[in-house]
Design a binder for this molecule. Structure first.
Ligand SMILES: Nc1nc2c(ncn2[C@@H]2O[C@H](COP(=O)(O)OP(=O)(O)O)[C@@H](O)[C@H]2O)c(=O)[nH]1
Ligand SMILES: [Mg+2]
Ligand SMILES: [Zn+2]
Length: 353
C-alpha cells in the first residue's frame, strides 16, 4: 500500500492549517475509534481531550474523509489534535436528533447513488438522494446495479425513467457480471474522493470490491454461505481504488433525512420551480388558485402526479427541518444563558468563601 498522502487524495496545493501536527486523513470512524493515514503510516487514533471538549456541534467531529492534525503516540496509535476545514461534506438530518445535521463523509468530489434494479428500484427514493446530495453542493452520479435481473427492454425503460427525473445527473447501468467498469471509472479520477450511498443490499460493497480488484469489503453473499445471518458493512471506510481514486463505502443509509437547503430541491425539480414562476398569483400554493401553472401541467399530463407528490413531500420535510432548527437554536441559546448564569453564581460563591 502506498502511504504517500497524495495517493489518499491530498490536493497538491493543500495548506496544512496546523503545521505543528502531522497531517493525516481519516480512513475509518467508529464512534470514538478512528483509523487515520499519515505520511509515516496507518494509526489507530482517538480524539485528544482538548478536541473532545472544544467541539460544540457534533458535526464538527472528524468523520471519514476528513483531514486532521495528529500527534503520534507510538508505532500504532495517535491522537487527533485538530479537524481541518472541509472542502465539502455529505450530510443528512441526524436520525432521532432534533434538527441536527450528521456528516456522513468529508471532502467528497462525487456521490455515487446506488440503486438495485430489483425491488430496490424506486424513483421517489432516488429523488430524495438527489435533493440531499445537491443540497450539499456535491455532484451526484446514479448507478443502477443488478442490471442482470431485468430484461434489456426493462433496463432501457428504467434508465430513461431515471434520466427523466435526474435533471442532468449521469445515469449508469451496471451489473456485477459485466467485465469492465470503465463507464463508472470515468467519474472516479485519480486523487478524487467518492462516496457510495444507497439502501442496504443495493450492491455497494460488491461495487467497491469490483473497483478495488479485491474482496476487501464484506458483502451480503458471504454471510449466506456461513449462515451467520447477513454480513453487511457496519461502518464507513475509505479505500484506494485500482485507478487511483478514493472511495468511501457506507452501511445502508436507510434514513436519508433532508437538511434545509432549498437549492437541492430546486436543482432536482427544476421544471416545477419553473412552472411555479408562471402561476397567476405570487405565493400561489398550487392547490386551488385560479391560473395555477402547476395544476394546469398536472391536468394536461406535462407534470406527473407522482413527481408532484414527491416534490411536496420533500419540500415539507425540508421546511420542517428548517423550522425545527430555528426552535433548537432558541432552546440552545436559552440553555446557554441558564448555564452561564449558574457558572457565574458558583464563581461568585467561590470568590466569597
Ligand atoms: N444479481 C446481482 N446481484 C448483485 C449485484 N450486485 C450485488 N449483488 C448481490 O446483492 C447482495 C447485496 O450486495 P452488497 O454489495 O452486500 O450490498 P450493500 O449492502 O449495498 O453493500 C449480495 O448478495 C450481492 O451478491 C448484481 O449486479 N447482480
Ligand atoms: Mg455493504
Ligand atoms: Zn400555482
Amino acid at each position: 500500500m502506498i502511504n504517500h498522502l497524495t495517493a489518499w487524495g491530498l490536493p497538491t496545493n493543500y495548506q496544512n492549517p496546523t503545521p505543528e501536527f502531522q497531517l493525516a486523513r481519516v480512513l475509518k470512524a467508529h464512534k470514538s475509534n478512528y483509523e487515520v493515514v499519515a505520511e509515516s503510516g496507518i494509526f489507530k487514533a482517538t480524539l485528544s481531550g482538548k478536541l473532545l471538549h472544544s467541539t460544540e456541534d457534533p458535526s464538527d467531529n472528524p468523520q471519514v474523509g476528513d483531514w486532521v492534525g495528529i500527534m503520534i503516540f507510538d508505532e500504532q496509535t495517535a491522537f487527533i489534535m485538530a479537524c481541518h476545514p472541509r472542502s465539502s461534506a455529505l450530510q443528512r438530518a441526524s436520525v432521532g436528533a432534533f434538527a441536527q445535521a450528521q456528516v456522513l463523509a468529508a471532502n467528497i468530489d462525487v456521490v455515487l447513488i446506488v440503486q438495485g434494479m430489483d425491488h430496490n428500484y424506486n424513483l421517489n427514493r432516488l429523488e430524495r438522494y438527489l435533493v440531499q446530495v445537491r443540497a450539499c453542493a456535491i455532484e451526484p452520479l446514479i448507478i443502477l446495479t443488478k442490471a442482470d435481473l431485468c430484461s434489456a427492454e426493462e433496463c432501457t425503460e428504467r434508465k430513461e425513467a431515471v434520466r427523466g427525473i435526474a435533471n442532468g445527473a449521469r445515469v449508469i447501468l451496471h451489473s456485477m457480471f459485466q467485465e469492465d467498469s470503465e463507464e463508472i471509472n470515468q467519474y472516479l479520477s485519480q486523487g478524487k474522493t467518492a462516496v457510495l450511498v444507497g439502501s442496504s443490499g443495493a450492491g455497494k460493497s460488491t461495487l467497491v470490491n469490483l473497483l478495488m480488484g479485491t474482496t476487501h469489503m464484506a458483502t451480503a453473499s458471504i454471510s449466506a454461505s456461513n449462515a451467520k445471518g447477513r454480513h453487511t458493512t457496519s461502518h464507513r471506510e475509505l479505500v484506494q481504488l485500482q485507478n487511483g481514486a478514493l472511495l468511501i463505502d457506507t452501511p445502508g443509509t436507510r434514513e436519508f433525512g433532508l437538511t434545509d437547503s432549498p437549492e437541492g430541491i430546486e436543482m432536482t425539480f427544476e421544471e416545477i420551480s419553473q412552472l411555479s414562476g408562471s402561476c397567476k398569483f405570487r405565493g400561489c400554493t398550487h392547490e386551488h388558485e385560479p391560473g395555477c401553472a402547476v395544476q394546469d401541467a398536472l391536468e394536461d399530463g406535462r407534470l406527473e402526479a407522482r413527481r408532484w407528490h414527491s416534490y411536496q413531500k420533500l419540500h415539507r420535510e425540508q421546511d420542517h427541518y428548517g423550522m425545527d432548527k430555528v426552535q433548537r437554536r432558541k432552546k440552545d441559546k436559552a440553555l446557554g444563558k441558564v448555564y452561564r448564569s449558574a457558572q457565574n453564581d458558583s464563581r461568585r460563591r467561590k470568590g466569597r468563601s
